[in-house]
Design a protein around this ligand. Structure first.
Ligand code: ADP
Length: 255
Protein backbone atom coordinates (compact mmCIF):
# COMPACT_ATOMS: atom_id res chain seq x y z
CA UNK A 1 0.00 0.00 0.00
CA UNK A 2 1.01 3.59 -0.69
CA UNK A 3 -0.16 5.87 2.15
CA UNK A 4 -0.72 9.60 1.75
CA UNK A 5 -2.48 12.16 3.91
CA UNK A 6 -3.62 15.74 3.46
CA UNK A 7 -4.88 18.15 6.14
CA UNK A 8 -8.40 19.57 5.54
CA UNK A 9 -8.68 23.29 6.24
CA UNK A 10 -11.63 25.68 6.45
CA UNK A 11 -11.72 29.16 4.85
CA UNK A 12 -9.82 30.61 7.85
CA UNK A 13 -7.02 28.12 7.33
CA UNK A 14 -7.90 26.12 10.47
CA UNK A 15 -7.42 22.38 10.30
CA UNK A 16 -10.63 20.46 10.91
CA UNK A 17 -9.61 17.02 9.75
CA UNK A 18 -7.16 14.87 7.86
CA UNK A 19 -7.80 12.99 4.66
CA UNK A 20 -6.03 9.63 4.55
CA UNK A 21 -5.62 7.62 1.37
CA UNK A 22 -4.29 4.11 1.01
CA UNK A 23 -3.64 2.99 -2.57
CA UNK A 24 -3.17 -0.69 -3.30
CA UNK A 25 -0.01 -0.88 -5.42
CA UNK A 26 0.17 -4.70 -5.56
CA UNK A 27 -1.46 -4.74 -8.99
CA UNK A 28 0.88 -2.04 -10.33
CA UNK A 29 3.96 -3.85 -9.04
CA UNK A 30 2.71 -7.11 -10.52
CA UNK A 31 2.11 -5.50 -13.92
CA UNK A 32 5.57 -3.91 -13.89
CA UNK A 33 7.12 -7.30 -13.08
CA UNK A 34 5.19 -8.96 -15.91
CA UNK A 35 6.35 -6.24 -18.30
CA UNK A 36 10.00 -6.71 -17.25
CA UNK A 37 9.72 -10.48 -17.64
CA UNK A 38 8.11 -10.11 -21.05
CA UNK A 39 10.91 -7.79 -22.19
CA UNK A 40 13.53 -10.26 -20.97
CA UNK A 41 11.93 -13.24 -22.75
CA UNK A 42 11.12 -11.33 -25.94
CA UNK A 43 14.62 -9.91 -26.38
CA UNK A 44 16.20 -13.29 -25.63
CA UNK A 45 13.93 -15.06 -28.13
CA UNK A 46 14.66 -12.45 -30.81
CA UNK A 47 18.40 -12.79 -30.37
CA UNK A 48 18.71 -16.45 -31.37
CA UNK A 49 17.24 -16.28 -34.91
CA UNK A 50 18.98 -12.96 -35.66
CA UNK A 51 22.36 -14.43 -34.68
CA UNK A 52 21.74 -17.33 -37.04
CA UNK A 53 20.64 -15.07 -39.92
CA UNK A 54 23.81 -13.02 -39.40
CA UNK A 55 26.02 -16.11 -39.70
CA UNK A 56 24.29 -17.25 -42.91
CA UNK A 57 24.53 -13.78 -44.45
CA UNK A 58 28.27 -13.67 -43.87
CA UNK A 59 28.75 -17.06 -45.54
CA UNK A 60 26.51 -15.97 -48.43
CA UNK A 61 28.46 -12.75 -48.91
CA UNK A 62 31.74 -14.70 -49.15
CA UNK A 63 30.24 -17.16 -51.65
CA UNK A 64 28.89 -14.38 -53.85
CA UNK A 65 32.17 -12.43 -53.74
CA UNK A 66 34.02 -15.58 -54.85
CA UNK A 67 31.61 -15.85 -57.79
CA UNK A 68 32.59 -12.28 -58.66
CA UNK A 69 29.02 -10.96 -58.67
CA UNK A 70 29.47 -7.48 -57.20
CA UNK A 71 25.83 -6.44 -57.46
CA UNK A 72 24.60 -9.41 -55.45
CA UNK A 73 27.44 -8.99 -52.96
CA UNK A 74 26.44 -5.36 -52.42
CA UNK A 75 22.85 -6.40 -51.67
CA UNK A 76 23.98 -8.96 -49.11
CA UNK A 77 26.23 -6.35 -47.55
CA UNK A 78 23.22 -4.06 -47.11
CA UNK A 79 21.34 -6.92 -45.49
CA UNK A 80 24.27 -7.34 -43.13
CA UNK A 81 24.15 -3.64 -42.15
CA UNK A 82 20.44 -3.92 -41.28
CA UNK A 83 21.08 -7.12 -39.33
CA UNK A 84 23.72 -5.25 -37.34
CA UNK A 85 21.15 -2.57 -36.52
CA UNK A 86 18.73 -5.24 -35.38
CA UNK A 87 21.43 -6.94 -33.28
CA UNK A 88 22.20 -3.57 -31.69
CA UNK A 89 18.55 -2.90 -30.81
CA UNK A 90 18.10 -6.38 -29.33
CA UNK A 91 21.37 -5.97 -27.42
CA UNK A 92 20.04 -2.72 -25.90
CA UNK A 93 16.80 -4.42 -24.83
CA UNK A 94 18.79 -7.26 -23.25
CA UNK A 95 21.00 -4.76 -21.42
CA UNK A 96 17.96 -2.98 -20.02
CA UNK A 97 16.57 -6.25 -18.64
CA UNK A 98 20.00 -6.98 -17.12
CA UNK A 99 20.07 -3.54 -15.47
CA UNK A 100 16.52 -3.94 -14.17
CA UNK A 101 17.26 -7.32 -12.62
CA UNK A 102 20.66 -6.20 -11.29
CA UNK A 103 22.36 -8.81 -13.47
CA UNK A 104 24.60 -6.64 -15.62
CA UNK A 105 28.07 -8.07 -15.06
CA UNK A 106 31.41 -6.29 -15.39
CA UNK A 107 34.74 -7.89 -16.16
CA UNK A 108 37.35 -5.24 -15.44
CA UNK A 109 40.79 -5.44 -17.02
CA UNK A 110 43.73 -3.08 -17.26
CA UNK A 111 43.84 -1.43 -20.71
CA UNK A 112 45.24 1.48 -22.67
CA UNK A 113 42.43 4.05 -22.88
CA UNK A 114 43.49 5.87 -26.10
CA UNK A 115 43.92 2.56 -27.94
CA UNK A 116 40.32 1.61 -27.18
CA UNK A 117 39.13 5.00 -28.45
CA UNK A 118 41.09 4.52 -31.73
CA UNK A 119 39.56 1.06 -32.17
CA UNK A 120 35.99 2.32 -31.67
CA UNK A 121 36.49 5.39 -33.89
CA UNK A 122 37.83 3.18 -36.72
CA UNK A 123 34.86 0.84 -36.38
CA UNK A 124 32.35 3.69 -36.58
CA UNK A 125 34.20 5.66 -39.26
CA UNK A 126 33.60 2.67 -41.58
CA UNK A 127 29.83 3.10 -41.19
CA UNK A 128 29.68 6.68 -42.49
CA UNK A 129 30.93 8.30 -45.66
CA UNK A 130 29.53 11.73 -44.79
CA UNK A 131 31.23 12.37 -41.45
CA UNK A 132 34.88 12.69 -40.64
CA UNK A 133 35.79 11.79 -37.07
CA UNK A 134 38.76 13.86 -35.92
CA UNK A 135 40.67 12.56 -32.91
CA UNK A 136 42.89 14.35 -30.44
CA UNK A 137 44.13 11.81 -27.91
CA UNK A 138 46.05 12.98 -24.87
CA UNK A 139 45.03 10.58 -22.12
CA UNK A 140 48.05 8.28 -22.49
CA UNK A 141 47.01 6.26 -19.52
CA UNK A 142 45.75 2.82 -18.62
CA UNK A 143 42.45 2.31 -16.84
CA UNK A 144 40.97 -0.60 -14.94
CA UNK A 145 37.41 -1.17 -16.15
CA UNK A 146 35.28 -3.42 -18.37
CA UNK A 147 36.88 -2.67 -21.77
CA UNK A 148 33.94 -3.95 -23.80
CA UNK A 149 31.36 -1.96 -21.82
CA UNK A 150 33.41 1.25 -22.01
CA UNK A 151 33.76 0.63 -25.76
CA UNK A 152 29.98 0.34 -25.93
CA UNK A 153 29.60 3.82 -24.38
CA UNK A 154 32.11 5.32 -26.85
CA UNK A 155 30.25 3.70 -29.77
CA UNK A 156 26.98 5.05 -28.42
CA UNK A 157 28.33 8.61 -28.22
CA UNK A 158 29.74 8.31 -31.75
CA UNK A 159 26.62 6.84 -33.36
CA UNK A 160 24.47 9.52 -31.72
CA UNK A 161 26.87 12.24 -32.91
CA UNK A 162 26.49 10.92 -36.47
CA UNK A 163 22.73 10.41 -36.19
CA UNK A 164 21.92 13.85 -34.76
CA UNK A 165 24.19 15.85 -37.08
CA UNK A 166 23.03 14.97 -40.59
CA UNK A 167 23.82 18.47 -41.91
CA UNK A 168 27.40 18.72 -40.71
CA UNK A 169 30.54 16.76 -41.46
CA UNK A 170 32.85 16.89 -38.49
CA UNK A 171 32.87 15.04 -35.22
CA UNK A 172 35.60 15.70 -32.69
CA UNK A 173 36.80 13.12 -30.20
CA UNK A 174 39.14 14.12 -27.39
CA UNK A 175 40.72 12.30 -24.48
CA UNK A 176 42.61 14.01 -21.68
CA UNK A 177 43.57 13.77 -18.03
CA UNK A 178 42.23 16.01 -15.30
CA UNK A 179 43.34 15.50 -11.73
CA UNK A 180 42.65 11.84 -10.92
CA UNK A 181 40.34 11.23 -13.88
CA UNK A 182 40.59 10.35 -17.53
CA UNK A 183 37.99 12.10 -19.71
CA UNK A 184 36.53 11.49 -23.13
CA UNK A 185 34.45 13.96 -25.11
CA UNK A 186 32.55 13.53 -28.38
CA UNK A 187 31.48 16.77 -30.02
CA UNK A 188 29.13 17.16 -32.95
CA UNK A 189 27.71 20.20 -34.75
CA UNK A 190 24.15 18.97 -35.17
CA UNK A 191 20.72 19.74 -33.75
CA UNK A 192 21.89 20.02 -30.12
CA UNK A 193 19.69 19.73 -27.04
CA UNK A 194 17.90 22.61 -25.33
CA UNK A 195 19.01 23.32 -21.76
CA UNK A 196 15.72 22.33 -20.15
CA UNK A 197 15.87 18.86 -21.76
CA UNK A 198 19.49 18.07 -21.08
CA UNK A 199 18.84 16.45 -17.70
CA UNK A 200 16.38 14.01 -19.34
CA UNK A 201 18.56 12.46 -22.06
CA UNK A 202 20.05 9.82 -19.73
CA UNK A 203 16.59 8.60 -18.65
CA UNK A 204 15.22 5.27 -19.83
CA UNK A 205 13.09 5.62 -23.01
CA UNK A 206 13.66 9.40 -23.27
CA UNK A 207 13.68 10.39 -26.95
CA UNK A 208 13.61 13.45 -29.19
CA UNK A 209 10.04 14.65 -29.34
CA UNK A 210 7.55 15.64 -32.04
CA UNK A 211 8.20 15.14 -35.73
CA UNK A 212 11.90 14.65 -35.10
CA UNK A 213 11.08 11.14 -33.83
CA UNK A 214 10.58 9.95 -37.40
CA UNK A 215 13.68 11.72 -38.67
CA UNK A 216 15.88 10.15 -35.97
CA UNK A 217 14.71 6.62 -35.16
CA UNK A 218 15.70 4.84 -31.95
CA UNK A 219 14.48 3.28 -28.71
CA UNK A 220 15.81 5.92 -26.33
CA UNK A 221 17.95 3.39 -24.46
CA UNK A 222 21.55 4.04 -25.54
CA UNK A 223 22.31 6.91 -23.18
CA UNK A 224 20.42 5.27 -20.31
CA UNK A 225 22.57 2.12 -20.68
CA UNK A 226 25.72 4.24 -21.10
CA UNK A 227 24.96 6.14 -17.94
CA UNK A 228 24.36 2.90 -15.98
CA UNK A 229 27.69 1.52 -17.25
CA UNK A 230 29.68 4.63 -16.38
CA UNK A 231 28.06 4.97 -12.94
CA UNK A 232 28.73 1.28 -12.21
CA UNK A 233 32.37 1.87 -13.11
CA UNK A 234 32.49 4.76 -10.62
CA UNK A 235 32.67 7.48 -13.28
CA UNK A 236 30.63 10.52 -14.34
CA UNK A 237 28.65 11.17 -17.54
CA UNK A 238 27.17 14.45 -18.78
CA UNK A 239 26.34 16.64 -21.78
CA UNK A 240 27.00 20.25 -22.72
CA UNK A 241 24.92 21.73 -25.52
CA UNK A 242 23.03 24.65 -26.98
CA UNK A 243 19.98 24.00 -29.12
CA UNK A 244 20.88 24.12 -32.80
CA UNK A 245 24.60 24.30 -32.10
CA UNK A 246 25.57 20.68 -31.57
CA UNK A 247 26.28 18.71 -28.45
CA UNK A 248 29.34 17.50 -26.55
CA UNK A 249 28.96 14.31 -24.55
CA UNK A 250 31.49 13.51 -21.82
CA UNK A 251 32.37 10.70 -19.48
CA UNK A 252 35.13 10.33 -16.97
CA UNK A 253 36.69 7.38 -15.17
CA UNK A 254 38.92 7.35 -12.12
CA UNK A 255 42.53 6.38 -12.75
P1 ADP B 1 17.96 7.28 -29.15
O1 ADP B 1 19.08 7.89 -29.93
O2 ADP B 1 17.65 5.88 -29.54
O3 ADP B 1 16.74 8.16 -29.11
P2 ADP B 1 19.61 7.71 -26.77
O4 ADP B 1 19.41 7.22 -25.39
O5 ADP B 1 20.93 7.41 -27.41
O6 ADP B 1 18.40 7.14 -27.62
O7 ADP B 1 19.40 9.28 -26.76
C1 ADP B 1 18.27 9.83 -26.09
C2 ADP B 1 17.91 11.18 -26.69
O8 ADP B 1 18.96 12.12 -26.41
C3 ADP B 1 17.74 11.21 -28.20
O9 ADP B 1 16.46 10.80 -28.61
C4 ADP B 1 18.01 12.68 -28.50
O10 ADP B 1 16.87 13.45 -28.18
C5 ADP B 1 19.07 13.04 -27.48
N1 ADP B 1 20.44 12.98 -28.04
C6 ADP B 1 21.35 12.00 -27.84
N2 ADP B 1 22.51 12.28 -28.47
C7 ADP B 1 22.35 13.47 -29.08
C8 ADP B 1 23.19 14.32 -29.88
N3 ADP B 1 24.45 14.00 -30.17
N4 ADP B 1 22.66 15.50 -30.32
C9 ADP B 1 21.39 15.85 -30.03
N5 ADP B 1 20.54 15.09 -29.28
C10 ADP B 1 21.02 13.93 -28.80
Amino acid sequence: FNFTYKPLRNSKGETYGVLHAAIDVTKQVQLQRQKDEFLAIASHELKTPVTSIKAYTQVLEKMIRNEGNERKAEMVKRMDIQINRLTGLIGDLLDVTKIQSGKMTFNPINFEFDALVVEMVEEIQHTTSKHEIIVDLNAQTRVFADRERIGQVIVNFLTNAIKYSTDSEHIEVKTFLKENEVLLSVRDFGIGISRDLQHLVFDQFYRVSGKLQHTYPGLGLGLYISSEIIKSEGGRIWVESEEGEGATFFFSLKI
